[in-house]
Design a protein. Structure first.
Lengths: 240, 240
DNA sequence: CTTGCAGGATTGTTGAACAATCCTTACGCT
DNA sequence: AGCGTAAGGATTGTTCAACAATCCTGCAAG
């Protein structure tokens, strides 16, 4: 490797290495406990409204109460848990107001990302779209296997990767939080198939528009897409 | 008060009461400690890069190490502190990349809020603009007294209240985080006057456009405003 | 100049203990 | 019976002390 090569190139490499190191560092007992709880919540094992007992979870997760409370704090700030002082932590119960709030933010962020891709199209290698393609194909495969929760997961990851195209760490974090809360909403809906099926082909259509570099068209399409999704969830919500 | 009056009216009232109760509940030792640290950081007493020793702060704040660590977690998720595993917590050092990232999000969120006001103009009472007017006048008063950090604080609150017009709790939280990080950036800039002075009258102009209900004009004005502010900070940054 | 190895300092985690608050139950009153 | 109230138990909030794991510093050896 040449030492006096490209200055910016070396800096970019240093950044990727630093990111990898940070990723390896991320392993404390509290975060491992949070990982387990996060999966339990997003997969529905802990339904909205459920209380998480401290003494019970210390035994299951094999961590001390203090460490468990740190895990609770982590998840609280992801929106997956809420604290009620002197009463404990609960899986939040979101309502229609939250649906509107969440989707407003999704529309703002995602549409802006897609529209902004036009400005930096030259510096965007085609390989950046590969994760999106993988997600689309994963959703299609899961649908063929009738595994609708997996379809929902793949669709979620599609949107997370879509935001990732903006190279904004803060947008990534916000989106992760928004999608986690959205999953909370999904669990109150009885029919996951009707909830996720329509968006498999809409995601593919969106992906192909991006591949064809028709960013403005993709943005307006995505806007309609998210409006439609919001209405679907609201309708399912009102039907209990 | 009529019991069978407006259904939605009563629900709205219940929501405000619930919000007040939640606000009163919000008082634990960890959050009080976090409040003190937050002020120390945003006011510059703890400069970027500084490490916060646990044993030292337990004595100053008179809380236990566990409670202090909960306060650290709170501030970490506000972006005011960063954890390095087995090394401690530090005040983050933001760079030009972060400036671009933060301002991109500010533009997206704030412009969307202003533009969205047009749709719900009828239901928006004029009193909602009062906090904005107060902030503008506070900034003008602080400027006359040569208190430029206070000008910066008032300008920040102006934008926080601007976002508040959207009635989105998640946007409020995100904006609080973004503005807190922005304050971190201000401390590396030597001349607070040149940094804040131009935006006193720009905020007033924006307020008057909102008062006149010229929302589209206000939105484009705000977009230019934020681009200008971003360039000013980047310029000050490159000049060390 | 780099490498490897103590030693000390700091953080990560645990367990126990006590105070504060909430929930439940039972009691007494109208 | 219905309702306010008080005692009791259970849970959370907070503190403390201790130990394990990791990092930083300085120094010696190659």
């Amino acid at each position: 490797m040449s030492t006096g090569g490209g200055e910016t190139e070396r800096q970019a490499w240093l950044r990727t290495v630093a990111a990898d190191v940070a990723r390896l560092d991320r392993s404390s007992s509290a975060e491992r406990a949070a990982d387990i709880l996060r999966r339990s919540i997003t997969e529905g094992a802990l339904p909205p409204g459920a209380q998480l007992s401290e003494v019970e979870l210390t035994e299951v997760l094999e961590v001390s109460r203090n460490t468990l409370r740190e895990a609770f704090r982590l998840l609280t700030h992801e929106g997956l848990l809420v604290y009620k002082l002197h009463r404990g932590v609960f899986v939040p119960e979101l309502d229609e107001h939250d649906v509107v709030d969440l989707y407003r933010l999704r529309r703002v962020l995602e549409v802006d990302v897609v529209r902004g891709l036009a400005d930096r199209d030259p510096e965007l290698p085609a390989s950046r779209l590969e994760p999106l393609q993988d997600d689309v194909e994963a959703a299609e495969a899961a649908a063929r296997a009738d595994r609708w929760p997996a379809v929902g997961t793949a669709n979620m990851r599609f949107h997370q990767h879509l935001i990732g195209l903006a190279d904004s760490s803060r947008m990534d974090a916000m989106t992760g939080r928004l999608l986690a809360e959205l999953r909370l909403l999904f669990h109150v809906i009885a029919t996951p198939r009707e909830l996720h099926e329509p968006y498999i082909e809409r995601n593919r259509a969106l992906f192909e528009l991006l591949e064809a570099r028709k960013y403005d068209e993709a943005a307006t399409d995505l806007y309609e897409y998210l409006l439609h999704s919001e209405q679907a969830i609201l309708a399912a919500f009102r039907a209990r």
